[in-house]
Write a protein that binds this ligand. Structure first.
Ligand SMILES: Nc1nc2c(c(=O)[nH]1)N[C@H]1C(S)=C(S)[C@@H](COP(=O)(O)OP(=O)(O)OC[C@H]3O[C@@H](n4cnc5c(N)ncnc54)[C@H](O)[C@@H]3O)O[C@H]1N2
Ligand code: MOO
Ligand SMILES: [Mg+2]
Length: 615
């Protein structure tokens, strides 16, 4: 799918006077028609090689699919588009320009003078077009049939894109082999060889490893930017309001006139152009948001005035009395009152919310550069698992709930994921499942098979077949003890693997405290969940491990602090305990002297859900 295209008009003349650009808008229209779903960026730049190179590179770095330039391909000394394009492309596609030239020669011998270039940088196809509307129309017709296919080829996405967002079944019963020997079950270790790390150490490892992630950027419309992490600081290019505006419905006056009778010279409603300056003794009827006439320095609200005289038909106010002497600047929003020019509207690393997007809209920004989060793949493991869509359960089988739950959990927190199906509990199938997932994603989140049973194969497969580094293989937490975090090189790229325990609640808690944190960390956004202190609504039995109890937070007007109510039995197989949870209580580990916390005890909690949604 073609997601984003740029049309760049390259012309000194059009740069000075945008209204002279006819080929850019024409090209933009053709693009809209061919790729109606795509985000379209249009800019006009001068015939400066450095600027052209910089803009082309910027669009390639932000993963645009296609960049079409118009202008600067001829023979005058200022025509440098082909040189700039050649300087930044990595592979030339001369067939495209040959086809354009051959077609154009049939219309005009002048086509011989075009020096246009076409080529690819990273995943972006760039094509130079001449600078006239007519030429652009003819040339676009030539390339139109090949564009979608060329872009798919560049992305090598014949299969890839169709995987994304789709629940899809992988056949993991392929020829992969494994170095893991499962024949000698009697000789398996009776103690886990993996040291049990504390939560604080595990978080540090996740943070350290994920901060190596190299930033990837893309340009999206401001609306698509909701929930995304901004990669570029955006400033106000104009003050807001851009003119002195009235805060009230009333009369714009000169404050030095004080109280008394004024001639109502004119009326200005919001959107009206300012009138001639007011003179002493005059006022103008104004509405909230209207531009103040020159000379006026204050507004008196209608409530503080009295009508003195009006036209006979009642349609025109002639004189009003200002009852209270106004102060200078009273009820006036001066230029830049809300947003002075140059103000930082959104800063690098901030997450876009509705208000920030509203501000960007008001400031004339249509697009924003955001960080691309790592791609995540989900894989379930287990011989007992059936697809959620299967109506009848086989003996000793259950439906896979982890994949769906994790997909939704990630979506709730702003991340897409690729569904890589179920791998059976055999080394070659797990190898095949992991390999298929790592081909598609940067981060693999799999569940099951990380504990002590002879079918718990994830850790040995990661170590022996993927040569992975296991940063941790056990964490002192409940639920989630065997949670595993590993990295490996796969097809020349570093991959990040969270092998979560199969128990549904363990997978849920570990996804919240490790996976979401890692994805945020990779984008240099705030990674840790906010922590609150609150009171237990009831007593709580403590475990030998620190426990993340699923609970709801309640605010009571008559109580000093928020209260937490745990959601029933906290057994790690009982996903009902997470239904409607908006906090994870951090219950401390039991000590010989403290086995239970009484009702009213103060405990910390991670706020992992929306506080306005209760169970
Ligand atoms: N001898 C020991 N046994 C266990 C230990 C231990 O320390 N020593 N740890 C326990 C803890 S704690 C946990 S947590 C689990 C972790 O289990 P695994 O990660 O090995 O996962 P499985 O054995 O594959 O499955 C466990 C459980 O979860 C169900 N499951 C698995 N996948 C799914 C899914 N996709 N959807 C729904 N339910 C799933 C599975 O059927 C099992 O009931 O190990 C303890 N054992
Ligand atoms: O750690 Mo396990 O997740 O207690 O059930
Ligand atoms: Mg197991």
């Amino acid at each position: 799918m073609v997601k984003a295209v740029a049309v760049i008009t390259i012309s000194d003349t059009c740069f000075k006077d945008n209204s002279k650009d006819t080929s850019g808008p024409a090209l933009a229209d053709y693009v809209r028609e061919l790729f109606p779903e795509a985000n379209l960026h249009t800019i006009i730049i001068p015939d400066e090689k450095e600027i052209i190179e910089r803009e082309l590179k910027y669009f390639c770095e932000t993963n645009l699919d296609l960049v079409l330039t118009t202008g600067g391909t001829g023979l005058t000394p200022r025509d440098v588009t082909p040189e700039a394009t050649k300087a930044i492309i990595q592979r030339e596609v001369p067939g495209i320009t040959t086809a354009i030239t051959l077609a154009s020669l049939k219309k005009t011998p002048m086509a011989q003078l075009s020096r246009a270039v076409a080529g690819v940088r990273e995943k972006t196809l760039i094509i130079n077009f001449p600078g006239s509307k007519k030429a652009v129309t003819e040339c676009f017709e030539v390339v139109k049939p090949i564009l979608p296919h060329a872009i798919s080829l560049i992305h090598n996405e014949v299969v890839e894109v169709s995987y994304i967002h789709n629940s899809m079944q992988f056949n993991h019963t392929c020829k992969h082999s494994s170095n893991v020997d499962i024949s000698k079950v009697a000789l398996r270790p009776r103690e886990s060889p993996f040291p049990m790390v504390e939560m604080s150490e595990a978080w540090k490892m996740v943070d350290d490893v994920m901060s190596e992630w190299t930033e990837r950027l893309e340009i999206v419309t401001i609306e698509e930017g909701l929930g995304r992490v901004v990669a570029q600081t955006l400033h106000a290019k104009e003050p807001m309001p851009p003119f002195p505006a009235s805060v009230k419905d009333g009369y714009a006056c000169l404050s030095i006139d004080g109280a008394g009778v004024r001639r109502v010279r004119t009326a200005v409603t919001a959107g009206d152009a300012p009138t001639a300056p007011l003179c002493a003794g005059e006022c103008a009827r104004v509405n909230t948001g209207a531009a103040l006439p020159a000379g006026a320095d204050c507004v008196v609200q209608v409530e503080d005035t009295r009508l003195v005289s009006a036209s006979e038909d009642g349609q025109t106010e002639l004189e009003v009395e200002i009852l209270k002497a106004p102060e200078p600047q009273q009820d006036v929003r001066n230029v830049g009152f809300d947003i002075p020019m140059g103000t930082v509207l959104v800063d690098k690393g901030q997450v876009l919310d509705s208000a920030k997007i509203g501000i960007l809209a008001g400031a004339g920004y249509q697009n924003v550069t955001v960080r691309v989060p790592p791609k995540v793949a989900l894989l379930s493991t287990g011989n007992e698992l059936q697809e959620p869509s299967e109506v009848k359960l086989k003996p000793a089988h259950i439906r896979d709930s982890n994949r769906t739950m994790l997909r939704m959990l990630l979506k709730e927190h702003g991340y897409d994921s690729i569904d890589c199906g179920i791998a059976r509990d055999s080394p070659p199938e797990i190898v095949a499942g992991i390999a298929a997932a790592l081909k598609l994603a940067d981060v693999l989140v799999c569940t099951g098979g990380v504990s002590m049973g002879e079918k718990d194969l994830l850790k040995p497969v990661l170590l022996k077949d993927f040569n992975a580094t296991l940063h941790f293989g056990r964490v002192r937490m409940k639920p989630g003890k065997p949670c595993t975090f590993a990295t490996c090189e796969f097809e020349g790229k570093k991959k990040y693997i969270f092998a979560l325990p199969g128990n549904p609640v363990s997978a849920y808690v570990c996804a919240l405290v490790f996976v979401v944190r890692a994805l945020r960390r990779a984008q240099c956004a705030r990674a840790a969940w906010p922590r609150l202190r609150l009171r237990l609504a009831h007593g709580a039995q403590l475990d030998a491990r620190p426990e993340y109890a699923r609970a709801t937070l309640e605010l009571h007007a008559d109580r000093d602090m928020p209260y937490a109510t745990m959601l029933g039995s906290q057994c790690s197989s009982r996903l009902l305990s997470a239904c409607g949870a908006n906090i994870l209580l951090e219950l401390p580990a039991a000590t010989p002297s403290l086995q239970r916390l009484p009702a009213g005890a103060i405990v910390p909690a991670l706020v992992t859900g929306r506080l306005d949604i209760y169970s």
